[in-house]
Design a protein around this ligand. Structure first.
Ligand SMILES: C[S@@+](CC[C@H](N)C(=O)[O-])C[C@H]1O[C@@H](n2cnc3c(N)ncnc32)[C@H](O)[C@@H]1O
Length: 278
């Protein structure tokens, strides 16, 4: 990473080989959330997305708020360790902060494939106990599960919270995303949970295809919109907690939820729980 440039701290999170002209989904998302880890190329894409879909920023916030409620749900269910698949740039409300409020002993492994997300996560989590950052493609579960940091921090003998929040739609159709999720669900014990939010073209109010095509054309990142039924399949035999698979803002909205949200979230979201089978 570049250290101590003229813009001092601001630039410490930029990896050396980064092409600043090439936007990244992690940084576009960071900008949508009001974070400070994005570049002009990312902001330009975001502005294009807003022209296609004026509530793009609200979509990101609804998703982020879902993640917070899903983590609280898991903590309330007794889960104290988390594997965050496609964790992004952990600027605004990290999993370890949310879970750590309930119990500082909670452990979190953040997994991402994008250099900026990894660089910033490492910087932010340097010296933070009970957290680790793993650079891996989560569609290759072996690379994540056998990683020394995963093995060091997580205990697969007790319940674990799996998170794939706004990340599985980056796994293209030609990759066996179902096989990957099968593996994650298999390796955890009953009492574990899986939270997923995923972009879809199921809702007419959201120009999902146009949004994805715009990001793909400029950033060359893969994307795959899936239907409600296809996203349900990612949960396998896990039992969906109430209210099932719904738009993120409709998943157990709490007192902090103001108004709006629903089909205009452009996503399906839910939390499945692994139950003990006789
Ligand atoms: C839209 S961001 C979501 C971040 C975070 N989960 C949240 O909801 O706030 C999606 C993240 O998934 C990451 N990602 C995409 N494909 C991935 C893959 N195959 N393996 C690991 N991370 C991936 C991207 O780099 C990006 O940081």
């Amino acid at each position: 990473m570049k250290q101590g440039s003229s813009m001092a701290g601001e630039r410490r999170w930029i990896p050396e080989n980064l092409d600043p002209a090439r936007p990244s989904p992690a940084r576009i998302y960071d900008y949508a959330l009001g974070g400070g880890h994005n570049l002009a190329s990312d902001r330009a894409v975001f502005e294009q997305l807003e022209k296609i879909q004026p509530n793009t920023r609200q979509m990101a916030w609804s998703n982020r708020a879902f993640m917070r409620r899903a983590v609280v749900f898991m903590v309330d269910s007794g889960i104290r360790q988390f594997l965050d698949l496609g964790s992004g740039i952990p600027t605004v409300g990290n999993v370890h902060e949310i879970a750590g409020k309930a119990d500082p002993a909670c452990r979190v492994v953040y997994v991402d494939v994008e250099e900026m997300a990894i660089a910033h996560s490492r910087l932010l989590l340097d010296g933070v106990p009970n957290t680790a950052v793993v650079e891996a493609d989560f569609a290759r579960p072996g690379d994540v599960l056998d990683h020394p940091e995963t093995r060091r921090l997580l205990d697969f003998g007790v319940p674990l919270g799996l998170l794939a929040v706004a990340s599985a739609h980056h796994i293209p159709a030609e990759v066996d995303v179902y096989g990957a999720f099968d593996r994650y669900r298999e390796v955890v014990v009953p009492g574990s949970a899986l939270a997923i939010s995923h972009m879809t073209a199921d809702f007419e109010r959201v120009q999902a295809k146009q949004m994805v095509e715009t990001v793909q054309a400029i950033a060359h990142n893969p994307a795959c919109l899936r239907t409600r039924s296809e996203i349900t399949d990612l949960f396998g035999d896990f039992e969906l907690a109430e209210p099932g698979l719904v738009p993120p803002s409709k998943w157990r909205p709490d007192i902090s939820h103001t108004s709006g949200g629903g089909e205009e979230d452009g996503m399906w979201a839910g939390v499945g729980v692994k139950v003990r089978r006789p």
